[in-house]
Write a protein that binds this ligand. Structure first.
Ligand code: UDP
Length: 374
């Protein structure tokens, strides 16, 4: 049987996207951008990438990169896991795109050196031991259900080192957190333009869904009478309607789901960005996107944003669930130096550094795999 040697300059990688939505739809949340960033970083390092994603996916800025190919797969999208309680079982709809994507992967796996799974779903973890090629899993959320914790733990026992996470605080939500590889995240900062003179508006960016706590940001700007521009896909229409019903006079403007290029231009015009997670957000891509444009962040001191925001340097951390705390911090946004925000993004969240970390992780997994099959 042919097993290619792990030559770091020419890995052939199969990237398995989230089955929750097509790439570019926003339904998949931060995973969509994370996958694109990792694909870009790895292709810049000379690796060949094929991305497998639900039908209707678009790659926008990646389409001109020669080493990246997109395969679209038809099927029913996966329900999101965010609102499950601990006992919710693994759910797989009929003609699930998740199953179809992994069926495709099974057929083509030997054309690749390894697979990277971006789905927070039971099936890919379960399937890892059935694949000839090693599977690296980048886990995009903290612990949510017992069935997922069990599937990830079993994968980690069978294939140590194959579970990656974005932040330590995310890892700590799992009993096995100390065995996860923390990769942070990285962004193509050339896509984000620094803007020094903002308009008197603030932004809220993310999927519109209960775990994101948009209602608190709306309540805070209503107190201050500061305009809030809201950007993101509506994941939960009833929740969004409820906010509009509760705050009919709030100074809020829904701007839709924008491409990265449009988003950064609009975000850069804002005095600040507000993050109000009600859950342990694994990372919070939008915090980096904001500071990359020079926009300070006001965030609840919970989850990934609490690790990203440097209190008093790149924004203000606020006591979780305190609307008055948000309002006070928004009023103090102008004390933050916008140049320091951009500088912080460049120092800590470059695409190049992320590419190096991911490549080192993949090479470790390949080395382990070779020892196992010898
Ligand atoms: N986003 C976007 N356009 C918008 C609003 C949001 O592309 O108009 C993207 C944003 O770039 C980020 C993602 O949506 O990558 C939200 O990810 P985050 O990690 O903040 O939260 P998640 O949705 O994964 O919980």
């Amino acid at each position: 049987m042919f097993f290619p040697s792990p030559n770091p300059s020419t890995l052939r990688l199969l990237l398995m996207s989230t089955p929750v939505g097509p790439l570019g739809s926003g339904l998949g949340g931060g995973v969509e951008l994370t996958l694109k960033n990792i694909a870009q970083a790895l292709s810049q390092r000379g690796h060949q990438i094929q991305i497998v994603a639900p039908q209707g996916s678009i790659l926008n800025d990646l389409s001109d990169l020669p080493l990246i190919e997109l395969i679209e797969i038809d099927g029913t999208l996966q329900p999101t896991a965010q609102n499950h309680d601990r006992q919710t079982p693994a759910l797989i709809p009929e003609h699930a795109v998740l199953g179809e994507m992994w069926n495709y992967a099974r057929h083509v796996q030997t054309e690749f050196d390894m697979l990277i799974n971006f789905a927070y779903d039971w099936l890919p973890f379960y399937l890892s031991s059935w694949f000839e090629r090693p599977v690296a899993h980048l886990v995009s959320m903290g612990s949510l259900t017992d069935v997922m914790d069990g599937a990830i733990a079993k994968t980690l026992d069978a294939f140590p080192g194959t579970i990656g996470v974005h932040s330590r605080v995310q890892a700590e939500t799992f009993a096995f957190g100390d065995r996860c590889r923390c990769l942070g995240n990285g962004f193509d900062l050339s896509q984000y333009q620094f803007q020094s003179n903002p308009d008197p508006i603030v932004a809220w960016v993310g999927r519109i869904a209960p775990e994101k706590g948009l209602e608190d940001a709306v309540a805070a700007v209503k107190q201050l009478d500061t305009p809030l521009h809201i950007f993101g896909a509506i994941s939960d229409a009833a929740y969004w309607q409820d906010i509009q019903d509760r705050y009919p006079d709030a100074p809020i403007h829904y701007r839709g789901f924008l491409s990265t290029d449009e988003l950064q231009a609009e975000l850069g015009r804002c005095r600040g960005m507000i993050m109000t997670p009600k859950w342990v957000e694994a990372f919070g891509n939008v915090a980096i996107e904001a500071i990359a444009c020079g926009v300070p962040v006001v965030a609840y001191g919970r989850g990934g944003p609490a690790e990203i925001v440097e209190h008093g340097v790149t924004g203000w951390l606020v006591e979780p669930d305190s609307v008055s705390g948000l309002a006070e911090a928004i009023a103090r946004l102008d004390e933050i130096d916008r140049h320091a925000c951009r500088h912080h993004a460049e120092q800590h969240y470059s695409l190049e550094a992320m590419g190096e970390r991911v490549e080192a992780w993949l090479n470790d997994i390949l080395t382990q795999h070779q020892l196992r099959i010898r």
